[in-house]
Design a protein around this ligand. Structure first.
Ligand code: ATP
Ligand code: MG
Length: 420
């Protein structure tokens, strides 16, 4: 059998996995500070949820879903994103009946059948946030600000915030017609996807990644010119909240985002040195989603961040991750009795909260020293049968090379004092 994971699916091995832990922890802290609580969502849902929630004319539903029939004959899909599940859960548990707003974050793998390349995988991780039950433009700004807060916390700079409003169904009717008129002379030359989008959902053409098609976008009508009064007012407010806290942004009338359920505010944060896949996170308002999946109207806004792209950005921008790879101490034992005693002391040291290790492979003293180095041990404790008999041990400071002899029975207290 093949010893290879499926294409586009990665193992995250140590020490890289420590970067993942680090990002998750920072996200939890930042989101916690903004009063967002974690929601842990299922990995798969009824296919219909995504078909209706994401929209039949989106890339995700048209070609990227991992859909299969389960043993009971139901159509199941591995989640390609989190928002539809959040809305389903909100309806299922009648969370709308509780005090609003509802502020969630989630973290976990998503699945999309895409062509694997730098920054694009078939299983990838997202950190997402959603706020349901409030349509005040201040919350749109808060959500964006919180995402940027996390980037700053992770040491990321030089990103670019792009924002747009995609309006509401009313403004969009008008706009769709304007787009059709604009694209119709070149439609024959555009890709088959765009030709289909032209009929079903012309706004999606603006999101086409095909470089030939991109050439025809120049001069396309701007949604901003077609916004209704209420969408225009809300958009101006979102922008002014961002200005209030000095957050630079760029208006991008071509930004429509990949999902059908978006209304009003849409935004993306990019880092241009990431190459073709340069969006770190994107999101927007989705006031139409609740009804779309068969529930009630509920205002919602959120974003999803690609963890792999975050990591690529941090790798590109910072010298050294602020991750502690160190071990407090390593016990080097010489002789059978000393090795047994080391096992007992290791237990005590760990119970006292120290990060401690010893060798289990019968290595020579030299080999054990090397292990201590490899684990970045701050101290090594050298214990031989002779020392054991005299109730002594030697502590070696691995940075200075200084050695002192201590009473073995005081080892835990002694090490605790040194480390803490
Ligand atoms: P793209 O235009 O790159 O396909 P998208 O519009 O499909 O992005 P969203 O559905 O908004 O992306 O997902 C939010 C974020 O999740 C993206 O900005 C990106 O960081 C990440 N992401 C999306 N698809 C993938 C993937 N296949 N592999 C890795 N990260 C991804
Ligand atoms: Mg995509």
């Amino acid at each position: 059998m093949s010893m290879k994971a499926p294409r586009g699916v990665n193992d995250i091995l140590p020490p890289d996995s420590l970067k993942w832990q680090y990002i998750r922890k920072q996200a939890e802290e930042v989101f916690g500070q903004f009063n967002y609580d974690e929601i842990i969502l299922p990995i798969f849902e009824h296919t219909e949820l995504f078909q209706r929630g994401i929209g039949e004319t989106t890339d995700i539903v048209e070609k990227e879903m991992y859909t299969f029939e389960d043993k009971g004959g139901r159509s199941i899909t591995l989640r390609p994103e989190g928002t539809a599940s959040v809305m389903r859960s909100y309806m299922e548990h009648k969370i709308y009946g509780q005090t609003q707003p509802t502020k969630y974050f989630y973290y976990g793998p998503m699945f999309r059948y895409e062509r694997p390349q730098a920054g694009r995988f078939r299983q990838f991780y997202q950190i997402g946030v959603e706020v349901l039950g409030v349509d005040n433009p201040a919350i749109d700004a808060e959500v964006i600000i919180m995402g940027l807060h996390l980037l700053e916390r992770l040491g990321i700079k030089d990103y670019q915030l792009l924002i747009n409003s995609v309006g509401c169904p009313e403004c969009r009717n008008d706009y769709r017609e304007a787009l059709r008129e604009f694209f119709s002379p070149n439609l024959e030359q555009m890709c088959p996807d765009c030709q289909r989008r032209y009929e079903r959902n012309p706004m999606r053409i603006l999101d086409c990644k095909n470089s030939d098609c991109r050439g025809y976008m120049e001069g396309a009508p701007s949604i901003i010119d077609h916004l209704c009064e209420s969408c225009k007012t809300d958009f101006t407010k979102v922008c002014s909240y961002l200005e209030m806290v000095n957050i630079p942004y760029t208006l991008d009338p071509g930004l429509v985002r990949g999902l059908d359920y978006y209304t009003k505010t849409a935004f993306e944060v990019k880092y241009n040195k990431l190459g073709a896949q340069d969006t770190i996170f994107g999101g927007g308002r989705y006031d139409g989603l609740g009804r779309e999946i068969g529930g009630r109207d509920v205002p919602g806004i959120g974003f999803a961040m690609g963890v792999e792209r975050l990591i690529m950005t941090i790798d590109e921008q910072i010298e050294e991750w602020p991750i502690d790879y160190d071990t407090d101490l390593f016990i080097i034992s010489i002789g059978e009795k000393a090795t047994e005693a080391s096992f007992r002391y290791l237990y005590e040291l760990r119970k006292a909260g120290l990060k401690a290790a010893m060798d289990y492979l019968g290595r020579s003293v030299k080999g054990q020293m090397k292990m201590a180095d490899r684990l970045n041990a701050r101290y090594s404790i050298i214990l031989g049968d002779d020392e054991l008999a005299k109730d002594t041990a030697t502590i070696k400071d691995m940075q200075t090379g200084d050695q002192v002899e201590i009473k073995l029975s005081n080892l835990v207290t002694e090490m605790n004092n040194r480390v803490k």
